[in-house]
Design a binder for this molecule. Structure first.
Ligand code: TTP
Ligand code: MG
Length: 352
């Protein structure tokens, strides 16, 4: 049996703003741009009773709550807190799977008590950041995620194995992690409103109605979710290399091969939207000894032309006299930290 914790910061962006600006404390605030086309990223708990919530147009939010104070987001500040809380998670396990800046799953199966770990993490987060988080503890991701939402803010909710069946039975289906608005509406049409209703359905019938996800829902109704906590490693570099069938001994041919490697690297850069400041050229000679040459620019490389210029320069800087080359590699590294700006505005768990 596994022990899974889900941690989620409370009113994250808004809480950071209230922490850093005491005049905002106790007030209804929204983080987001207060313009005609602005949307609310999140709202403080003081603003939530008015119906102000994430993804609401700012104009609507202001109408619902006239005293609402808008604060422009400061992603660097949120990123900094995100790093602090991740460091705390890693004090307990390597199996940390961040879902966004402010939430993560942890697998602490090796620990005698997941509840104690969750309490300690909450305490350390508060000591380190002066912010509160909510935690959910159970035997799988789905239940832990639901549990962390159950006593927000500053909550800790544990669903022990013996309670899973009754907990799931009474749970409205829109509360299940992975069942979004669209799926919930469809389930309602089919007369499925709670976990108990969902449990009446056979696996085949759910798959017929919901495709592959039906399998997941079948498990959900029984409090089961086999998905593992998978730490998503952050990409540090991206590259490609080529080993020649026959070693190459002239510069013109090498330049041509370099172009082929560079095309591949650039295709990957685009595909992964990975931009870095450093280019590393690797050359392996026929006697297998290898050298690297690198150049770091002031800004990330955003054009193919820049990559072309830099990589050609690096190749020119290598003394190839009397040596045959068997391998050329090109790597881009030194990427800025993943941009907080790229977090999704709306999370749709329908297709998980
Ligand atoms: P959430 O954890 O969904 O929300 P929250 O932390 O603000 O509030 P809660 O106490 O209910 O957990 O999202 C974390 C942050 O991500 C949130 O503070 C702002 C950002 N975000 C958006 O920018 N747009 C969105 O639509 C959502 C849902 C979140
Ligand atoms: Mg949160």
């Amino acid at each position: 049996m596994r022990k899974i914790i889900h941690i989620d910061m409370d009113a994250f962006f808004a809480a950071v703003e209230q922490r850093d600006n005491p005049s905002l404390r106790g007030r209804a605030i929204a983080v987001g741009h207060n313009g005609r086309r602005g949307v609310v990223s999140t709202a403080s708990y003081e603003a939530r009773p008015f119906g102000v919530r994430s993804a609401l147009p700012s104009v609507t939010a202001k109408r619902l709550c006239p005293e609402l104070i808008f604060v422009e987001p400061r992603f660097e500040a949120y990123k900094a807190v995100s790093e602090q809380i991740r460091a705390i998670f890693h004090q307990y396990t390597d199996l940390v799977e961040p879902l966004s800046l402010d939430e993560a799953f942890l697998d602490v199966s090796h620990h005698p008590s997941a509840t104690i770990v969750a309490q300690e993490i909450k305490r350390k987060i508060f000591e380190t950041t002066s912010l509160t988080a909510s935690a959910g503890v159970s035997t799988n991701k789905m239940l832990a995620k639901i549990a962390s939402d159950y006593r927000k803010p500053d909550g800790l909710f544990v669903i022990p194995p013996e309670d899973i069946e009754s907990f799931v039975a009474q749970l409205p289906i829109e509360k299940f992690f992975g069942i979004g608005e669209v799926t919930a509406a469809k389930m309602h049409r089919l007369g499925i409103r709670t976990g108990a209703d969902l449990r009446e359905w056979s696996r085949e019938a759910l798959i017929r109605e919901f495709g592959k996800a039906g399998e997941l829902y079948y498990g959900y109704a029984r409090g089961e979710d086999r998905r593992e906590v998978t730490p998503n490693r952050v990409r540090k570099s991206l590259g490609a290399e080529i080993t020649f069938i026959d070693d190459i001994d002239n510069f013109a041919d090498l330049l041509e091969e370099l172009a082929a490697v560079r095309d591949e690297v650039w295709a990957r850069v685009k595909r992964h939207e990975f931009y870095g400041k450093t280019v590393v050229l690797k050359v392996k000679f026929s006697d297998f000894h290898q050298i690297t040459r690198s150049k770091t620019l002031l800004t990330v490389i955003e054009s193919y032309d820049t990559l072309q210029t830099v990589s050609n320069e690096l190749l020119e800087s290598i003394n190839l006299e009397d040596q045959k080359v068997r391998l050329l590699g090109l790597t881009i590294g030194n990427t800025p930290e993943p941009c907080a700006e790229s977090i999704q505005l709306q999370f749709d768990f329908d297709n998980l």
